[in-house]
Design a protein around this ligand. Sequence first.
Ligand SMILES: Cc1cc2nc3c(=O)[nH]c(=O)nc-3n(C[C@H](O)[C@H](O)[C@H](O)COP(=O)(O)OP(=O)(O)OC[C@H]3O[C@@H](n4cnc5c(N)ncnc54)[C@H](O)[C@@H]3O)c2cc1C
Length: 385
Amino acid sequence: MDLSLSEDERRFASEVRTWLEANVQPPPDTEDLAEQVAWGRTWQRRLAEAGWVGIDWPVRYGGRGASPLQVAIFNGEYARSGAAQLVNRVGINLAAPTLLAHGTPEQCTRWLPAIASAQDIWCQLFSEPGAGSDLAGLRTRAEKVTDGWHLHGQKVWTSYAQFARYGLCLARSEAGTTGSQGLSLLVVPMDSPGIEIRPLVQITGDAEFNEVFLDQVFVPDDHLVGAAGRGWAVASTTLAHERGTNFPFKEEVVHEGYLARLFAEAARRGALDEPELSDALVDAYVSLVVLRTHNWRTLSNLARGREPGPESSWVKLTWSDMTQHLSQAALDVLGADSPLWGRWSRQWLWSKSASIAGGTSEVQRTIIGERILGLPREPRPRAGA
Ligand SMILES: Cc1cc2nc3c(=O)[nH]c(=O)nc-3n(C[C@H](O)[C@H](O)[C@H](O)COP(=O)(O)OP(=O)(O)OC[C@H]3O[C@@H](n4cnc5c(N)ncnc54)[C@H](O)[C@@H]3O)c2cc1C
């Protein structure tokens, strides 16, 4: 197998690197989420103006029509440059691929440019108090009214809802249906009358996610994505992209940098001979190499025009294990007297959410068992039990 880049690909990588070297700035040193978001919007707008956001989107929607390999090259260069992650992650990683796969050309034209520039931040209104892993058990209702829909219900854990202009909302639009039948995906303007957003504080001390209450919220007909009643297929696209198949090479380059710094720090402290510590570092390294190998395979599937499938569960699982191992190893290496302790203990706290957000590790293991390994299906609880 030849993994070397062609001349065109090397030229593309160099173009990306040159732009990033001239433009990347460190984010502000603040713990205030609103300030971080304001800075993130300015940074993302700058990237978008230079044509470096949504590079794989069609040119008519502001993209470059980049190939999966070019996206991977871009992701690697972006991570290596140390640039901050994009503030409108839900817009770019979830909403955009969902709109491109299921939206009308008019919806794509209307919404994609402002997603790229972070003028409109998006959020994902899927989880509910009684429907997380069992998303199809959701109870939020979409009731058909003249020219649109009325939403009634409650969502929870909605990241960035307090900054969002639009939310991708999965709701039950056909009364009397259960499970994945009779759902619809609607784009909700988050400043609509009837929406109440209450922030929830996480163990890191930030309040990135929220409860969202919907009381007779009007959503116009042209905000329905895909066909009414077929929302499960639309939401499945969102979930496949959320689980990571769309960002090969970004996370591993970021983690490679962290790991190299930790090895150096452990060596400086003469700690590499401590068996538990070296085991933790080697574990993190092995996960990284396995993820990279898998990403090459994913990339070759994407290059053949295949959509991300159940293998995204494997990426999600490996990434969350890796991030948790690495955060633990960092605390073991650094010790509480290190000036970097504060940053890493916060990262350690954050890493706990990695095996929950976007679908828990238990659920990913079930998907891998059933849909990749072909094992017998897990018993399903009775409907309503
Ligand atoms: C930081 C963060 C950000 C988030 N952002 C968003 C967002 O923006 N939008 C959004 O819609 N949601 C968001 N979520 C919600 C996330 O998708 C859910 O938390 C997740 O799907 C799990 O659902 P749950 O919390 O209801 O847990 P539950 O589904 O109640 O699970 C509880 C426990 O039971 C286990 N379990 C459940 N079912 C099974 C099963 N069938 N087999 C084996 N074990 C099982 C789970 O693994 C877990 O350990 C976010 C979550 C976090 C942590």
